[in-house]
Design a protein around this ligand. Sequence first.
Ligand code: COA
Length: 188
Amino acid sequence: MLRGGKVGLRARHMDDIPVLRTELYDDVVNGSRADGRPWRPITPGQEDSRLAVDDKEQSHVPFSVVELDGGALVGTATLWSIDNHNRSAHIGLGLLPSARGKGYGTDVVAVLCHYGFVVRGMQRLQIETLSDNAAMLRSAERNGFVREGVLRSSAWVLGEFLDEVLLGLLVQDWKPDSKPDLKPDLKG
Ligand SMILES: CC(C)(COP(=O)(O)OP(=O)(O)OC[C@H]1O[C@@H](n2cnc3c(N)ncnc32)[C@H](O)[C@@H]1OP(=O)(O)O)[C@@H](O)C(=O)NCCC(=O)NCCS
C-alpha cells in the first residue's frame, strides 16, 4: 500500500467494485462529469472497464483509496495513459460523496505524484478537469500543478459543452517535502 497523510492507495479488491459502481458510477451526474464517455448503466456482475483491473494493461494503474484510520473504502485513484518513452502520465480520482471535502482528494493527488514520479520515474504528470470543478482544481494546485490551458467546449456534459482545464506538474517543480509523510509500503 502507498500511504499519504490520511489515505492509502491499495489494490482493487473484488468487493470494492459494487460499492464504487453504486456510489460513483450509477450516479448519472457524477458519472457524466467524471468520465469523457457517455453514461450508460452497467449490469451487476458484468465486467466494467472503469472498475475491473487488468494487470496485464501496463499503461493504466488503478488503485482503491482507503482511510488509513480503519481502512474504509473511500474512492478510486488512477495513473493512466502512462507513456514510458516521454515519461508522462495522467492522474484521475473520484471519492465517494461522504468522503469529499475532508482533504482526502489533496492527499490522493500527493500519493499519486509519489507513485508517478518516484516509483514510475515519470517526468510530467497531467490532469484534465471540468473548469467548474473547484475541489479538483484546488487539490491539484495544492500539490504544485499549474494551469497550462483551457480546452474550450471540450466536454459534452448533460446537454451542454463545458470547458476543461489542463494542469501539469514537472518532477523538478514537485516539492514532496511539503506533502504528507509518504511511506510507501509495497506489501500489496
Ligand atoms: C474532486 C475531488 C477528488 C476533490 O477531493 P476532496 O477530498 O473533496 O477535496 P479536498 O477536501 O482535498 O479539498 C481540496 C480543496 O478544495 C476545496 N473544496 C472542497 N470542496 C469544494 C467545493 N465543493 N467547492 C469549492 N472548493 C472546494 C477545499 O476547501 C480545499 O481547499 P484548500 O486546500 O484551500 O483548503 C472530490 O471532490 C471528488 O471525488 N469529486 C467527484 C469526482 C470528481 O470530480 N473527480 C475528479 C474528476 S477530474
